[in-house]
Every structure is written in C-alpha cells, then in structure tokens.
Design a protein around this ligand. Structure first.
Ligand code: BGC
Length: 253
C-alpha cells in the first residue's frame, strides 16, 4: 500500500437504537474529517429498512471505499447473532452481505462496544495501557469490550450478566434504567458500583473505561463508585463508535 492509499479517509458508520451516524475518518489518527451525518434509525429497525438508511449515508458522502459499521449486537464473521434492542430479523443474518449489496461498497460490521473500545484503546482513555482493560458503554443497553494488552476479546456481552438478586445488569444499571426509573445519581451510581464490583471480582482488570452518552456526565456519578480498579470516562465520547468502525474498515482492507 503506498502512502496516498494509506491516508485515504474511511467511512465509519455507527448504527444505534435511535440514530445512524456516519463520518469520514483518518484511521491512522482517529480524526474525523467531516461533520457527522445522522439519520433516524427506522422503526421497526428491520434489516432492509436499516440497510436503506446506511445506503443513504454512503451516498451522502459519495463514498466508494470499504465501510466499517457498528451494530448493537453480537457480530461474528459479519453475521449478526443477537438482537437485544433491535428488530429480531437481524438474528442469524449475513449483515455484511446485506449492507454490501445495499450500498455497493464492501461493508464490514462489528459490535458497537467493541468498536468504541477499539477506538478508546487506540486513541483515547486506554491508549498505551497494558494489562486487562474493560470498556463499558452505558446507554440503552450496556455494551462491553475486553482487552488484554490492547488485543480485543470480541463479543463479550457483559451487559447480559445476571447479578445477585437475579437482575440482568443491562436492565438494572444502564442509562436507560436510570432514565426509565427516574433514579437519582446516587442511586444509579450505587447500582453501577455493584455491577463494576462484580466485574472487578471476576476479571481483576487494570482499568475500567466508561463510555456511552452518560460518560459526559461522569462528574455526577463517579463519586459513588468505590472500586480498587481505576475508573475513567471514555475520551472520545460520541465519536468512539464511528472511529472504531473506521478502524475496522482499515483492518479489513
Ligand atoms: C447488546 C450488545 C451491545 C449493547 C450496547 C446490548 O444489549 O447485547 O451487543 O453492545 O447492547 O448497544
């Protein structure tokens, strides 16, 4: 690959429960080269409807290269294998093939938290951090990414752990739970603390990175976390998914 080809911007697309966002990214630096272009996620979020929306984003950028795309579910070899917060039609679907066909570009999907984690470990709060790093995205669901010395163990799904008391972590400690149950910060912070303590006991991590929209408000809940492991907010905030998607496209090229 020559230097010009290496510098070619890559399109990263972040498929979320409410919005689908894309931007051109310089994968070597993690820098966004354009504004983010956002369209509403179609409801219901069926594969065909989402594929049409992704194709509109690709057309908006008049883009022709490899596309990296996040998805809020287990993704293995381009096949989506779960659908906790999206239309069940995605389960068992060759999503890489569907989106490649819909866009006319080669598209590669990866789990949304794995994408955000890759971005954080490459450019953000986990850069140059050795050992076991756990990145959690706290949003509608809870996404997770587990790294050992910068290498990802994909599709960990720690949001679906069951905690003492029988509650699923995602239903109990996600940002959606905070909003739906109208929990004050101390109460929600206490839940997050209990969940992180469980992860701490199981994995003995060296660092927790907390991402997702609520990480912008970390000053409201960090004081309620009482862990032996360092906990830091994500550095890339709402760009992490797009940047991680572009890294995935670069990896596939
Ligand atoms: C899904 C994960 C996803 C997370 C965040 C969970 O419900 O199972 O795959 O990473 O939500 O979107």
């Amino acid at each position: 690959m020559d230097n010009d080809a290496q510098a070619a911007p890559l399109l990263g697309i972040d498929i979320g429960g409410s919005g689908i966002k894309g931007a051109l990214v310089r994968a070597q630096t993690g820098e966004l080269l354009t504004e983010r272009y956002r369209l509403e996620t179609p409801q219901p979020s069926t594969p065909d409807a989402v594929a049409r929306t992704v194709a509109k984003i690709v057309r908006f950028f008049d883009y022709q290269g490899t596309v990296g795309c996040t998805f809020p579910a287990i993704v293995k070899g381009g096949v989506t294998l779960s659908a906790a917060n999206v239309d069940k039609g995605w389960v068992g679907l060759d999503a890489d093939a569907l989106l490649t066909e819909a866009t006319g570009c080669e598209v590669h999907l990866l789990n949304d938290a794995d994408a955000a984690g890759r971005a954080e470990v490459t450019f953000g709060a986990g850069k140059d951090r050795a050992g076991v790093v756990i990145v959690l995205t706290l949003g509608t669901g809870i996404g997770s990414a587990l790294f050992l010395d910068g290498t990802l163990v994909p599709n960990t799904e720690f949001g679906h752990l069951f905690l003492a008391g029988g509650q699923e972590a995602e239903a109990w400690a996600s940002d959606r739970a905070r909003k739906d149950e109208d929990l004050h910060w101390k109460k929600w912070g206490g839940r997050l603390d209990a969940y992180l303590k469980h992860l701490e006991f199981i994995f003995s991590p060296d660092l927790f990175i907390l991402g997702g929209g609520v990480s912008k408000k970390s000053d409201k809940f960090m004081e309620f976390l009482d862990l032996k492991t360092p906990v830091v907010p994500a550095a890339l905030r709402n760009e992490a998914g797009i940047v991680g998607a572009a890294l995935w496209a670069a990896h596939a090229e």
